[in-house]
Ligand binder design. Structure first.
Ligand SMILES: Cc1cc2nc3c(=O)[nH]c(=O)nc-3n(C[C@H](O)[C@H](O)[C@H](O)COP(=O)(O)OP(=O)(O)OC[C@H]3O[C@@H](n4cnc5c(N)ncnc54)[C@H](O)[C@@H]3O)c2cc1C
Length: 456
């Protein structure tokens, strides 16, 4: 049996930064990181656009799983803010949360991110224009590593850690049990024991996390899901915002339902991509720092936040059902021109081809009104019209809408101010805790839990 002081489950940003900080604070501790996916250099999605054109549902998705976690091929936008990206500040305090995110940023910069840009959304003129149109611009600093530099940073972090920490790849932790004062982690071919366990299995590990909470009687709560579309417009439509801020997080409360709709994950010059979470295909987007890889478009998500109340607890299943409907109709992601949606007609290959916006993702032209519930669709249309007042052209006929984009929120795992569960020595961090939903918050939560363990 492999015996360690600390076992970390999951090598996403949360797990990586927990390992980094543990070794920094207490080099004498023995640490193992067990990861279901592959090492970074072995992470390859089989879609090549020629032989394999769409997702073939690999047992472990190289986009979501492996060293670097769901963020490895992401746009690498590290938002330094308490206004979005998670609720870490509620556990650690607002100032400490920001300090932790700054600390993570400094490590990223040291490890290859020095050339990347740091944007600050302190533009009173843009904030005022938004406010005059009932739109609310959230404040944040954003380090945009870009997919290319993000990969280099991860490579450097791995090279730094690999001789100090045992990484066990392609190994899924199946169960975690308490045996006396220690934990036993059972994997298909081997077992590990540890004094302390940090779970950081991200969104892809959400179902597994649920089973662990059940088996160890850790209380949870689940009530939120964000549903929407990814929008693609010519770069110039949003350039005033993106040139100044890179990512503008704008929130709007709809007149009709008083629902909150927000922009999310903005990618100037970016590409729209499909994403597979537990066999369900949804849409996402990213962009590159390297100008050679720029496209002529900007994409971002428009998401409607849905908070359910008693007796409904299955918010993720609700989102999955809508995504499945979209997969059923479109065989994957559906794309529709805004003009077609407003006129109540499906988009066709011809209509997309004759439009002035060239899609960056090959998706099935279709009708999103057959997929997205009326309330959320009305919300999205109202938000597009509101955005058109600050970025004219947004509500053009040719604006492309890809569906559907779902932001699954992991159930909220009950943890204390140390991010420790009611099972002493078991910490839950990152996106699988429900406390965070971003790279910077997940990474910061890893540093924080590591420090708490080191203190003990
Ligand atoms: C395409 C895309 C783009 C994104 N872009 C951004 C962005 O620009 N900015 C931003 O802030 N956020 C972004 N995100 C979100 C961000 O990636 C996540 O918030 C972040 O990765 C969460 O980190 P984590 O460590 O909690 O979990 P993850 O990164 O999901 O890592 C969890 C790891 O645990 C492993 N695992 C799961 N279950 C088990 C198990 N049972 N045993 C062993 N290992 C297991 C998984 O394989 C995975 O590698 C993006 C996400 C995607 C998918």
């Amino acid at each position: 049996m492999n015996s360690y002081n600390v076992a970390i489950v999951g090598a996403g940003p949360g797990g990586i930064f927990a390992a980094y900080e543990l070794k920094k604070q207490k080099p004498e501790l023995s640490v193992v990181v067990i990861e279901k996916g592959s090492a970074l250099h072995r992470r390859k999605c089989p879609i090549d656009g020629v032989k394999i054109k769409s997702c073939i549902n690999c047992p472990s998705c190289s986009i979501m799983n492996g060293f670097g976690g769901a963020g490895a091929f992401s746009d690498g936008k590290y938002n330094i803010t308490n206004e979005f990206g998670g609720d870490l500040y509620k556990y650690v305090g607002a100032d400490e949360a920001i300090e932790l995110m700054e600390y993570v940023d400094a490590i990223n910069v040291e490890n290859g991110g020095a050339e990347s840009r740091l944007f600050a959304s302190e533009r009173p003129d843009i904030a005022k224009l938004c406010l005059q149109n009932d739109l609310h611009l959230l404040k944040a600093k954003v380090r945009h590593l870009g997919t290319d530099i993000n990969y280099i940073v991860l490579e450097n972090l791995y090279n730094q850690l690999k001789d100090q920490v045992d990484f066990v790849f392609n190994t899924e932790v199946q169960t975690i049990e308490r045996e006396g004062e220690r934990f036993v982690l059972t994997c298909p071919k081997e077992q590990f024991t540890a004094d302390k366990v940090i779970i950081s299995t991200g969104r892809s590990g959400s179902k597994w996390m649920e089973s662990i909470c059940q088996s160890l009687s850790i209380p949870t709560e689940s009530s939120r899901i964000d549903i929407g579309v990814r929008v693609e417009v010519p770069y110039d439509i949003f350039s005033d915002m993106t040139d100044a801020l890179y990512e503008s997080k704008i929130v709007y409360r709809t007149k009709r339902y008083q629902d909150k709709v927000r922009t999310f994950c903005m990618n100037p010059h970016g590409v729209v991509v499909s994403e597979n979470t537990n066999g369900i295909i949804t849409v996402n987007g990213h962009s590159y720092e390297d100008p050679k890889l720029y496209t002529n478009n900007t994409n971002f998500a428009l998401l409607v936040s849905n908070h359910f109340t008693e007796p409904f607890h299955q918010s993720n299943q609700y989102g999955e059902s809508i995504a499945r409907l979209s997969n059923m109709l479109g065989g994957g992601v559906i794309v529709q021109r805004f003009g077609d949606l407003i006129r109540g007609q499906r988009s066709t290959e011809d209509r997309i081809e004759n439009g002035f916006v060239t899609p960056t993702l090959k998706a099935t032209p279709g009708d999103l009104s057959l997929v997205i519930p009326k309330r959320q669709l009305d919300d999205i249309i109202e938000m597009i019209e509101a955005l058109d007042r600050v970025c004219p052209g947004m509500a053009s006929d040719d604006t492309l809408l890809y569906g559907i984009e779902v932001k699954f929120y992991n159930m909220q795992v009950e943890v204390d101010d140390n991010l420790e569960t009611c099972v002493p020595g078991l910490y839950v961090i990152g996106d699988c805790s429900g406390v965070t939903h971003s790279l910077s918050h997940a990474s910061a939560s890893g540093v924080y839990a590591a420090r708490k363990i080191a203190e003990k």
